[in-house]
Design a protein around this ligand. Structure first.
Ligand code: CTP
Length: 400
């Protein structure tokens, strides 16, 4: 049942749009509150008045509500929904969604929605099989959307093949199943830090490090997949998060990361600090570019604030705190020292002695050391697999 769930049904131009009247009725009967957004093309197949009556809500299609300039707030609509179902999703709408185009209300709402999005393609078999449509669907799946596969059968073109939109009853049960499956981290708020920090020397130079951010981003994506509400505080990287449910806060320096992390931490159940934060930063940032002068140049560095240590001091009994340790020698004893001194529940140890581990690689090899003395070793894996291992351990800690 969908009692109390808020659902947006987005309808694009395909003959399967005629089925959305039955679809809307099924959702309303299941207890959902439904709001409909249609593209212009969808209106050639089903009328807004039918859907407004069945959904018991006005149907939206334009950014502007009336000639007085009142506008439909797509951000508000996107935030209102617990789930968004785009059915039917035409090849054109799918292509635009995959590329961030938002030239209508449906697409703008999709781009600003933070809820889970389900996409039910409907089109002719050759359009669906075309490599560009397949690549777009793969991209949308990789963004964290759920694709509800089109079915085989007779198509509007008269051809037989795959391209029919899944039946309304099937769309309903997919979404009911999604809500009934409570994920292990549903309702948990998790903070992740990732990437390097840049400490400015002058307007053109900085002190940085080789962290790519890949490990932290993989952890944020996996936490999101397990149902957590994720806030990612990231230093400069070229990476994107896998889902628009993840709230991303971009910072540059250790001082900025400190401020952002401290202010978010009170709201969190769990924090995983994987960022490679500079331990020292130039004491003074030169306003002007430093000109070449003598044979030597000395830059005075001052210690940055240790974010992880501060969180260890602030941590309540209900919060879990995990840190990382990147070591080149006496790995386990150094990591254990950090675990204790920073008041952590667990620490993830990376050794630069291990081939394929640490900065820059797509793989990593970790050990996890726990407050209760447990020491868990893992093999060389992709960073996505390592993220799964870490998140699995977090889930065990929560349920311990
Ligand atoms: N860390 C942090 N703030 C800092 C420095 C580090 O939050 N100013 C965090 C990192 O995100 C990581 C952990 O502390 O989770 C350990 O970082 P690491 O550089 O290995 O250890 P340090 O405590 O800085 O000690 P050292 O550099 O001497 O090994």
């Amino acid at each position: 049942m969908l009692e109390g769930k808020k659902i947006i049904i987005g309808i694009s131009g395909s003959i399967a749009a005629y089925k959305t009247a039955a679809l809307t009725r099924l959702f309303v009967k299941a207890g959902a509150e439904v709001k409909i957004i249609m593209t212009r093309a969808a209106m050639d197949f089903v009328t807004p008045i039918t859907l407004a009556t069945l959904s018991k809500n006005p149907v939206h299609s334009n950014f502007i509500k009336n000639e007085l300039g009142e506008w439909v707030n797509h951000v508000e609509l996107g935030l209102w929904a617990d789930a968004m179902l785009i059915a039917p999703a035409s090849a054109n709408t799918i292509a635009k969604m995959a590329n961030g185009i938002c030239d209508n209300l449906l697409l703008a709402t999709y781009l600003s929605a933070r809820c889970s999005v389900f996409i039910a393609p409907a089109m002719d078999l050759d359009m669906l099989a075309h490599p560009s449509t397949q690549a777009n669907l793969k991209k949308l799946g990789d963004f964290g959307n759920y694709i509800i596969d089109a079915k085989d059968g007779e198509l509007a073109s008269g051809l037989e093949g795959k391209g029919r939109m899944a039946e309304p009853t099937e769309l309903l049960s997919e979404i009911e199943e999604f809500f009934s499956k409570s994920k292990p981290l549903s309702g948990k708020r998790v903070l992740v830090t990732a990437g390097p920090t840049y400490e400015h020397i002058d307007p053109v130079r900085f002190i940085g490090n080789h962290s790519s951010g890949k490990m932290g981003y993989a952890i944020a994506n996996e936490l999101d997949a397990q149902g957590a509400e994720v806030v990612l505080i990231t230093g400069p990287t070229s990476l994107n998060v896998g889902s628009n449910r993840i709230k991303r806060i971009s910072v540059t320096s250790a001082a900025e990361m400190f401020e952002a992390t401290i202010s978010e931490f009170v709201k969190m159940d769990i924090a995983v600090l994987s960022a490679a934060v500079a331990d020292y930063a130039p004491q003074h940032r030169s306003e002007q570019k430093i000109k070449k002068a003598g044979d030597e140049l000395t830059i005075q560095l001052a210690k940055t604030k240790d974010i992880l240590k501060k969180l260890g001091e602030l941590k309540t009994d209900d919060q879990l705190l995990l840190g990382f340790a990147l070591e080149t020698e006496n790995e386990v004893s150094n990591a254990l020292k950090k675990l204790k001194e920073k008041n952590l529940d667990a620490i993830v140890l990376n050794s630069l002695q291990d081939k394929g581990a640490g900065f820059g690689h797509d793989t990593n090899k970790i050990d996890m050391l726990f407050k209760d003395g447990r020491h868990q070793k893992f093999g060389l894996k992709t960073k996505q697999e390592v993220a799964k291992d870490i998140v699995e351990e977090i889930i065990k800690l929560i349920h311990a």
